[in-house]
Design a protein around this ligand. Structure first.
Ligand code: DGP
Length: 110
């Protein structure tokens, strides 16, 4: 089981802010902004570059959920990030979208 599957199965506690049949969203345990939430597809896709045509619907759904959750949490401006691979900072190999907001965000990201 991936770490995020354990959260989905309620084997590990998390501050869940949204859930539907295909996704779950919860607050990041190590927040990098005042609001930092992860949107995770329940179906395990290890990395963005392992996703295929069969994942188009769930990936699109994750994007819509990210927008919905950001609005729900009162964010107007925010960033949605996917880290793909270790050098990009990916540490959990169960694809997820980071929603970061609540402060001014620098560009380019580090
Ligand atoms: P990434 O580095 O892109 O793979 O993002 C993984 C994120 O997952 C990282 O920001 C920290 C977060 N994280 C790791 N373990 C846990 C956990 O047990 N609970 C929660 N809520 N977040 C976690």
């Amino acid at each position: 089981m991936t770490l995020f599957e354990k959260i989905i199965a309620r084997k590990i506690p998390a501050d869940i802010v949204y859930e539907d049949d295909r996704t779950i969203a919860f607050r990041d345990v190590n927040p990098q902004a005042p609001t930092h939430v992860l949107v995770v597809p329940k179906q395990v896709i290890p990395r963005l570059d392992t996703a295929g045509e069969g994942d188009v619907a769930v990936l699109g759904h994750c994007m819509l959920v990210a927008g919905k959750v950001a609005t729900q949490l009162g964010l107007g401006s925010y960033r949605v990030v996917i880290n793909n691979g270790e050098d990009a900072g990916q540490t959990v190999f169960h694809l997820h979208l980071h929603i970061l907001g609540g402060r001014k965000l620098g560009w380019p990201p580090g």
